[in-house]
Structure formats: C-alpha cells, structure tokens
Write a new protein. Structure first.
Length: 428
C-alpha cells in the first residue's frame, strides 16, 4: 500500500524534487530554442545532478555536518541561479554577437524592455513610447511605472555587467526576503519553503534569463508579512509599489485587502486601501499626465489583448488549449476562468485568511487558477503559485495556531519570535 505523503521520508521527496529539476534543466539544455535557456540548462544540470547525488547519499543514513538537506539547495542555487546569471550578464556586451537574432540573445526581452523604459522615463517623462502604425510586441512596455526602478542603473551609468536589470531584480528580491524574515523574528526556514520558492527550476530559470517576476513575488510576500506584523500604512505602501510594478499582482492585493479587514478590522482595511490609492496617484500621476493615450495602450490594452499588437503569450496550458477551439472554446475558457474566480471569492468571503500562511496559500491558488485557465498565458508564470506556496510553507512554520496562547500574544502586537516558531521535525 502506498505511504501517505505525510509519512514519506523527506529525503525521498527531496530526491523526486531534484530529479524533476534535473529533467527540466536537461531538456532546456538539449531542446530549447533560446540560447540563454540552453546556457542555463547546461549549468543548471550540474547543480541538480549534484543535488540528486547528495540527496541519494542522505537516504537511509544518519545526520552529519555535511549531510544537511540544505547542501543540495546551496548547490542548485550556485549552479542554477548564480553561475548562469553571471555568465549571461558578463557576456552581454553590445559588441558580443551570439548568432541569429532573436533566438540567441543572452537576456529575454523583459530585461531590455525594462532598461529601455527607464531611459525613456528619464528622457521623455514616460516609459511608454509612441508606437508606429504596425508595432511589434517588443515595442510595448507592459509594466507599471515602478518597474523602471530596475532599469535605472543602466540608464544612468551606461551598459555594463554591473548595470544589468537582472542584478537589480535579484538584489531587491533578496532585500525583501531579508526584511520579511526580520519582521518574523528571524525564524528557521523549512527546507520545503526554500525548494518551492527559490530552487525550483522555473524560479532558477527566470532569475537567470529574465528576472522581472522575482521582485513582484518578493514584494507580495513582504506585504503579507506587513499586514500581520506592522500595519495598514506600511503594508499599503508596499502594496502600491507592487501593483504599480506589474498588474499581475492585482489579485494578490485583493486577497491582502480581505486579510487586512479580517485581521485588523474595517478601519485598518480602509486605511490600507487609502494608502494604496494615494501612493498609486503619486507613482502614476506624472506618467499618466505625460501621455494618457500611450499609458492606456501599453499598460491596459496590450496585456488585455486589445492593443494594436497582440501579446505572444501562448503556452499550451488548459485555458489556451481550450481557447484554440474557436469562439466557443474561447468563451468556455473565459467561463471556466469566471467560475474559478467566483469560487475563490467565495472561499475568501466565507473563510477569510487569518494568518500569513493562509493568505499566501489563497494567493497561490488564485494566481495558479488564473494562469492555468487564461486564454493567453505563459508557463513561466507558474513561478507565482510555486513561490507563494513556498513562502506559505515558511510562514506556516512561524505562525501559531489560531486561538493558541502564542496567537493571542501575536494579536497583541508583539511579533512572533524564533522561540515561538514551530520546530522543524527534519533531523538533517
């Protein structure tokens, strides 16, 4: 009889996780059409292979200094994130020719679109350029004005490895994670949390070739921590920053709003929403005033499929496959998306989130459903539910059960510290 998943030794689950990563990396190295993906795949294969080997040695043996489950995580982080990012950033020189464009660039379009938006903001006062009669999707800037922050080093200091936007994406993401851990009292992070959030192959690939989703995720996680550990104003300020970075975060802000109302009451919820609106006016106002038509075309119409050019997002996920059946299929996909939205809304209203882990789990489910069922989407967006589930696992290890003494203490305003966190039963 198969063992329940809760009784399966953690090392066996680790082995399965790293084997999946190894398969993904190997497939990218052999068959990806993008050169950057193949560079990542070759290097990441080393990391996942070493992780598989180390995890296999752990099975059935006692603990030891070099027998920690964190060693494979470190190996994957080095070979699947740090090394490929460094390689792709260093060789990204204007004089370096990879081969036929665009299948051989060392950075995905997201990187240089963000860098271009920062230059446009400094030169023209708006990151949304005027479009020609037949615009290409890469002519668009489908991000909020706050995304230009990550392109400012290159816009101000010029081209060079140190000014690549991917380094800013990583740096801000790490900063947000550190701030979140500080808010939680520097708890012990479960291995599962790091696996799902950091070293899963989608996160690692995204960090190396694009990276723009990393700070969005990190800011959402920080905002969730602020809802429960700080208050409506700081949480609202971070919420405004993330929404005005990428509109993908809007569903997450809806969940955080419900969490704020449930955790702190109506007044705090109103302050939270007011802070988001006020900060949004400050961030968006000057850009919107500079060119309202291009603001709407780039940020609203293009992502919605109503722009002069169509988004190339077309990964073979269920929503897209159903929509390919024609008008009826498209209507069915939209209907399924609506049903999922109603179900998740009912879940939020009937059982509002009471802890950071609950909140991030609901965000993961909501974003996951939207990504899988949307008629136009990318498989790379699955980084959102995976990373959110990882963060939820991390929060769950530090969050007392509702109604417990520690929970009462936490609601009194004192952060839950490391001594109150749930112990990790893993012996390694």
């Amino acid at each position: 009889m198969p063992q329940p998943i809760s009784r399966v030794p953690p090392v066996r689950l680790d082995l399965l996780f790293y084997l999946v990563g190894l398969t993904f990396a190997g497939a990218s190295a052999l068959w990806s059409e993008f050169y950057g993906y193949r560079v990542w795949g070759n290097l990441a294969t080393i990391g996942y292979l070493l992780a598989v080997a180390h995890t296999a040695l752990l099975a059935g043996r006692g603990p030891g200094r070099l027998r920690s489950r964190w060693i494979p995580i470190g190996l994957v982080a080095i070979f699947a994130i740090l090394v490929p990012t460094a390689v792709l950033v260093i060789v990204r020189s204007p004089a370096f020719v990879w081969g036929p464009w665009p299948w051989s660039f060392p950075a995905q379009p997201e990187v240089w679109v963000v860098e271009r938006s920062a230059r446009l903001l400094l030169d023209d006062g708006t990151p949304y350029p005027a479009l020609g009669p037949t615009p290409h999707p890469d002519d668009y800037t489908p991000y909020g004005p706050a995304m230009t922050i990550y392109g400012l080093p290159r816009a101000i200091l010029g081209d060079g490895p140190a000014t690549d936007a991917r380094l800013m994406f990583l740096a801000i993401s790490v900063l947000c994670v550190v701030l979140t851990l500080r808010l939680l009292g520097w708890p012990r992070v479960p291995v599962l949390a790091a696996q799902l959030a950091v070293v899963n192959p989608i996160t690692a690939l995204t960090a190396s070739v694009a990276g723009d989703d990393l700070p969005v995720i990190a800011l959402i996680v920080l905002a969730a921590a602020l809802v429960y550990r700080a208050g409506p104003v700081p949480a609202g300020m971070v919420g405004a920053l993330v929404v005005n970075t990428k509109l993908t975060a809007l569903p997450a802000m809806a969940v955080l709003t419900v969490a704020m109302f449930a955790h702190r009451g109506g007044r705090a919820g109103a302050i939270f929403l007011g802070t988001i609106c006020a900060a949004t006016v400050i961030i968006v106002g000057p850009v919107l005033a500079a060119d309202p038509a291009m603001f709407i075309e780039h940020l609203i119409k293009f992502p919605a499929g109503l722009g002069q050019a169509r988004s190339p997002a077309a990964s073979p996920l269920p929503g897209h496959l159903i929509a390919q059946a024609g008008p009826i299929g498209h209507a069915v996909a939209i209907g399924l998306l609506g049903v999922a939205a109603c179900a998740i809304t009912a879940w939020l209203v009937l059982r509002p989130p009471r802890t950071p882990a609950d909140t991030l789990t609901r965000i993961a489910v909501g974003l996951g459903a939207a990504i899988v069922l949307a008629p136009a989407t990318r498989w790379g967006y699955l980084i959102y539910p995976l990373a959110m589930l990882g963060a939820a696992a991390g929060f769950a290890a530090t969050t007392p059960n509702p109604g417990s003494a520690a929970d009462t203490h936490a609601h009194g305003g004192t952060p839950v510290g490391p001594t109150e966190s749930v112990a990790d039963p893993d012996p390694y």
